[in-house]
Design a binder for this molecule. Structure first.
Ligand SMILES: [Mg+2]
Length: 428
């Protein structure tokens, strides 16, 4: 019997949520054109039988048609196959809407490709039950707000690598958790080639090391995988497979969190633009805390109505609390507006960088003998309480300073929408 006082650490925990959209391009086409729903659809780059499918609907997959299948061959397997010309602008547009929807539930940590994204769960969402409920809300949100054809498979696991593996284990509309304490567990049901990182060229190299099954791979030590991969790629793979932290799980040094906004004409006066800048900063700071990072740099850039850009940046003790960050911004704002001679502002961009994971030791505090560390911790706590209230009762329920209603309206959806991922992110 489980006692109600059972310690909370007995709850299984997960750290990552990985979301993979099912048959993404084909699903978007089915969403846009109801005549395609429930039918075998292949998305093609050109209208020709010699080309290959770049995506196949669930219905087409039942005929063995998948990405890379030659269309002539696909038609032989499924004579009533419908081909649709790819519309990448449509897929990118849905991509942004999908990220926006996922971020209504939890911040996206990494956009891995146009149809894959990863969220690093924060402490309150690590318990499996909570993470599972979050995954279900995301799925439901996509169906309700993006479209009934937009389904995804979600994996929950101790690291990003295993979360991705879990997202591949059930399709379509899957939800699979791999728990550290159950490993290797369901991993043993997979083939080597099911794992990301083991392709056509890697498989024979594993065979040469005596690894033919998942059980062999699980039992292999790190040195063996190092040899099979011919380098640190093997060590990384070994750590990933065994649920350890890999470099995918920590932010690269260049990672930034930023928001920018083109101001409507009525917000272009310096005071109104200043409020917008602060609102953008608070949004970025909230995201920073949810991702469990601290930042050490803030960059502010503005574009004036007649074209030129002015910018400034500041370095400060690593932190994540809104009040300290707002003070840094206030200082930068004065510097930038002096450069700009207080002219009208067309665009504001605020970027936090020099990010470190919160779990890492904070070096400065070791030397902080001023007795000021308690207030600092209280401020971080206050910021978190504000995040919780805003999460529960809606954006801007609590803010620092003054956010007039008129300014409030811009600071939600539009900004998320304009935060376009880097081109590189699509290729990762
Ligand atoms: Mg996919």
């Amino acid at each position: 019997m489980i006692s109600p006082d059972a310690p909370s650490h007995s709850q299984p925990l997960v750290d990552w949520l990985f979301l993979d959209l099912n048959s993404y391009f084909a699903s978007v086409e089915q969403q846009l054109n109801p005549a395609l729903r429930g039918r075998p659809v292949a998305v093609v780059p050109v209208d020709s039988d010699t080309t290959c499918a770049i995506a196949a609907s669930h219905e087409a997959k039942k005929y063995g048609i998948k990405t890379g299948t030659n269309i002539g061959e696909a038609r032989r397997r499924c004579p009533h196959l419908i081909t649709v010309m790819a519309g990448h602008d449509r897929y990118v547009e849905f991509h942004h809407d999908i990220i926006k929807e996922v971020e209504r539930h939890f911040p996206v940590h990494q956009i891995c490709s146009i149809d894959e994204m990863a969220c690093k769960l924060d402490a309150p969402r690590r318990p499996l039950e909570v993470a599972t409920a979050l995954a279900k809300r995301i799925k439901q949100g996509l169906r309700e707000h993006i479209g009934e054809c937009i389904t995804c498979s979600i994996g929950l696991a101790p690291n990003r690598f295993l979360a991705k593996v879990a997202s591949d284990m059930q399709k379509p509309d899957g939800l699979v958790a791999l728990l550290q304490e159950d490993l290797p567990g369901r991993l043993l049901d997979l083939e080597l080639r099911d794992l990301c990182g083991i392709g056509r060229r890697m498989e024979p190299r594993l065979h040469a090391c005596g690894i033919r099954t998942m059980a062999d791979l699980w039992a292999a030590d790190r040195e063996t995988l190092h040899r099979a991969w011919g380098g640190v790629g093997g060590d990384r793979f070994w750590h990933g497979l065994h649920g350890g932290i890999t470099e995918d799980d920590v932010p690269p040094a260049h990672r930034t969190i930023g928001h920018s906004h083109v101001l409507a004409p009525e917000f272009r006066t310096p005071p109104a633009a200043g409020i917008v800048a602060r609102r953008l900063l608070l949004k970025a700071a909230s995201r920073l805390r949810r991702m469990e990072y601290r930042a050490s740099h803030l960059h502010l850039s503005i574009r004036l109505e007649d074209g030129p850009r002015c910018e400034a940046q500041a370095r400060f003790d690593e932190g994540s609390d809104s009040i300290a960050l707002a003070r840094v911004l206030a200082d930068l704002w004065l510097r930038v507006m002096k450069q700009a001679r207080w002219q009208r502002v067309k665009k504001v961009s605020v970027t936090l960088f020099g990010l470190v994971a919160e779990a890492w030791p904070r070096q400065l505090e070791l030397f902080d003998l001023s007795g000021d560390s308690a207030p600092k911790q209280q401020r971080e706590l206050l910021s978190r309480v504000m995040d919780d209230i805003n999460q529960k009762y809606g954006r801007d329920s609590v803010v620092i300073g003054f956010t007039p209603d008129a300014v409030r309206t811009f600071s939600g959806t539009k900004i998320a929408f304009t935060r376009i991922p880097d081109r590189e992110e699509f290729k990762e």
